[in-house]
Ligand binder design. Structure first.
Ligand SMILES: NC(=O)c1ccc[n+]([C@@H]2O[C@H](COP(=O)([O-])OP(=O)(O)OC[C@H]3O[C@@H](n4cnc5c(N)ncnc54)[C@H](O)[C@@H]3O)[C@@H](O)[C@H]2O)c1
Length: 232
């Protein structure tokens, strides 16, 4: 990963805090893990791909950061419960959850099975619900507050490809649910971040035309106007 120009500690200090990042083994998730760890947080790299999660956590530890790996399928509630309990056992508490794990297989609606559709919804939407539920329960029980951040997609607002109907539908929910969540609990801030295209391993497999369309300045400007980063 290219070293960011602004030292993160000039922006935020997270010493003593613990963050779980789902889908943290690679791509955007690993970038988030890196920056949180750089800010001083203990980072739990939570990913379905156990090997890559271990590699990512070791890479962070070798840089002198505090990181551990856990295998989780965010769509499976027992996995999610184990992930949260493990983080609490290891670090004492969870202060930050980044719901980043997501999949975007390209399939035209006419060729899509109900199982294809449900798989994407289960990971991208049900997974966010399950992780949010169990981390929020812990944060409320502990009484120390916390932050829950959902990584959604600009594609939910500005579709870039014919094969992403299931993905775009699944990404609307994590964008909207924090507004409802804030009425469910008071002391935990939650928000969503609509990511523009980022050169991650999965994106590298997307049709180039779709990626170019998404990067158009007009799309970017509209996105920034409607969705300022950081507003919970
Ligand atoms: N790359 C982009 O341009 C882009 C744009 C908009 C939004 N996003 C969103 O950003 C997030 C990360 O995307 P990325 O491009 O870095 O993807 P990626 O494929 O590079 O990384 C996704 C990670 O999630 C993990 N994962 C997949 N299913 C999982 C599951 N069920 N449980 C736990 N982990 C699982 C994968 O093993 C992988 O490590 C996704 O939510 C994606 O929708 C990406």
């Amino acid at each position: 990963m290219t070293a960011p120009s602004t030292p993160i500690t000039d922006l935020i200090r997270l010493s003593g805090k613990t963050a779980i990042v789902t889908g943290g083994a690679m791509g955007i998730g690993y970038g988030i893990c890196y920056r949180l760890a750089e800010a001083g947080a203990n980072v739990v790299v939570a990913d379905q791909n156990e090997n890559e999660a271990n590699v990512a956590a070791k890479r962070l530890a070798d840089l002198g950061f505090s990181a551990t790996a856990v295998r989780v399928d965010v769509a499976a509630e027992p996995d999610v419960e184990r992930m949260v309990a493990g983080a609490v056992d290891t670090y004492g508490a969870v202060d930050i959850l980044v719901n980043n794990a997501g999949i975007y297989p390209n399939i035209l609606v006419m060729n899509m099975t109900a199982a294809d559709f449900m798989h994407v919804v289960n990971v991208n939407l049900t997974g966010v619900f399950l992780c949010t539920k169990h981390v929020a329960q812990h944060m409320i029980q502990r009484g120390g507050g916390g932050r829950i951040i959902n990584v959604t997609s600009i594609d939910a607002l500005h579709p870039s490809s014919a094969g992403l109907a299931h993905y775009d539908a699944s990404k609307h929910g994590p964008g909207a649910s924090p507004r409802t969540s804030r009425w469910n609990w008071r002391h935990t801030a939650s928000g969503s971040m609509r990511s523009p295209p980022v050169g991650s391993p999965l994106l590298a497999s997307r049709p180039r035309k779709a990626v170019r369309r998404c990067r158009r300045a007009s799309t970017w400007t509209t996105w920034c106007r409607h969705s300022p980063l950081g507003s919970p």
